[in-house]
Design a protein around this ligand. Structure first.
Ligand SMILES: [Zn+2]
Length: 375
């Protein structure tokens, strides 16, 4: 959902990106600190007007550095456990680390989950330390660290809410997982609690809107909605992965992908192949070497009057542009491909030949049958 964004650099081998919504919160926060928070303190009344804005801006930057440190802690512990971290994205409600895999053991999940809030607590404590040391001497530094101390402790506290996929929910899942040795069941419990918190935020937010606390109310509704969705989605994903793991591509692939020559016209493809065999997908091969794939979908994109002149080679999807899998790949990775890239079929390649096809439908049937039978 928040995976897009502008890359701003790589730290410890992890790309850091800013989602567009980040700029809204950054501007709002700077404005709120400069015009409301700092001016409301008696101790900070003697600042010059420019000081409010400079300190507001620096505080915002340091706040986002703290959020980044929180996410970086998760990601570095994940990397140390051998997991791949693709990026960290900062967005309107904080940060997310994009992990391409789930933790492999309850212990590594626990360490990964507590690393973030732990880091926030340490930063918060350090900020308050600086606040107490500077409150009688350097008032801008004191003002800045006072707020940063609160916000980092709040960040740790919010993230420790025990609803999956928040950090606290991950801690809960790791404990359940460690006790039951059942990842799927543990995820189910932790994500039901996550959805519960999601609904609680939504209703709490609506209640706030009714008593005219609009900004906080609306933010809570959106955060609750995101949490509810994420909780439900991550459970579905874990359940699906659990079901598919250990099964191979060869179990669901169809081997009826006939080869056609690249010089065939679209008209010939329709009349001599699609209409005759009823098949919707053909591999385009030249002397046994696969060049690409052509489907009924590609044909539909060509204007009818061009059918006699356009060749299959012109309308096919070239092989190097396609997501491809091998017969002995794990089915869970294919599901990821089909869902993530939103494709209908994935060609199965072996020694640069298309040996079969995995269809979205047959994969879903595979999943439905097994979950219906409880295996
Ligand atoms: Zn976290």
């Amino acid at each position: 959902m928040f995976s897009g964004g502008i890359p701003i650099g790589r730290f410890f081998g992890i790309t850091v990106k800013l989602h567009w919504s980040w700029f809204i919160i950054f501007a709002w926060l700077t404005w709120m600190l400069a015009t409301e928070f700092f001016p409301s303190f008696e101790d900070y009344q003697d600042w010059r007007p420019a000081t409010y804005w400079i300190i507001g801006l620096v505080t915002s930057i340091l706040f986002f550095a703290s959020v980044l440190a929180h996410e970086m802690a998760h990601s570095l512990v994940a990397k140390a456990a051998g997991l791949k971290v693709s990026a960290i994205t900062l967005f309107i409600f904080g940060g997310v680390s994009q992990l391409t895999e789930e933790p492999k053991s309850p212990g590594s999940e626990f360490r990964m989950a507590v690393a973030g809030p732990g880091t926030s607590l340490v930063i918060g404590g350090a900020c308050w330390g600086i606040f107490f040391a500077t409150r009688h001497s350097v008032s801008p530094v004191a003002g800045m660290t006072l707020w940063l101390g609160y916000i980092n402790v709040a960040l740790a506290a919010f993230n420790m809410i025990p609803g999956f996929p928040l950090d606290g929910g991950r801690v809960l899942r790791s404990v359940l997982w460690w006790r039951s040795r059942n990842l799927r069941k543990s995820t189910r419990i932790a994500s039901v609690i996550g959805r519960g918190f999601g609904y609680a935020f939504i209703f709490g937010g609506i209640a706030l809107v009714f008593i005219e606390v609009y900004l906080l109310g609306l933010s809570l509704v959106i955060i609750g909605w995101i949490l509810e969705n994420a909780a439900a989605g991550s459970y579905r994903q874990v359940a699906l992965r659990d079901l598919l793991q250990g099964h191979k591509v060869s179990e669901v692939m169809t081997q009826d992908c006939m080869a056609v020559p690249p010089a065939l016209t679209v008209e010939q493809l329709v009349n001599d192949h699609i209409l005759v065999s009823g098949r919707r997908c053909y591999s385009v091969a030249d002397y046994g070497r696969a060049l690409g794939l052509v489907t009924a979908h590609d044909v539909k994109a060509v204007e009818r009057k061009l059918w006699p002149v356009k060749t299959v080679r012109e309308i096919m999807t070239p092989i190097d542009k396609m997501r491809q899998v091998r017969p002995d790949d794990d089915l869970s990775s294919v599901m990821y491909l089909i869902m993530e890239k939103n494709v209908n079929q994935v060609p199965v390649l072996q020694d640069s030949n298309i040996v079969g096809m995995v269809w979205r439908d047959s994969l879903l049937t595979f999943v439905h049958l097994r979950s219906e039978l409880g295996i």
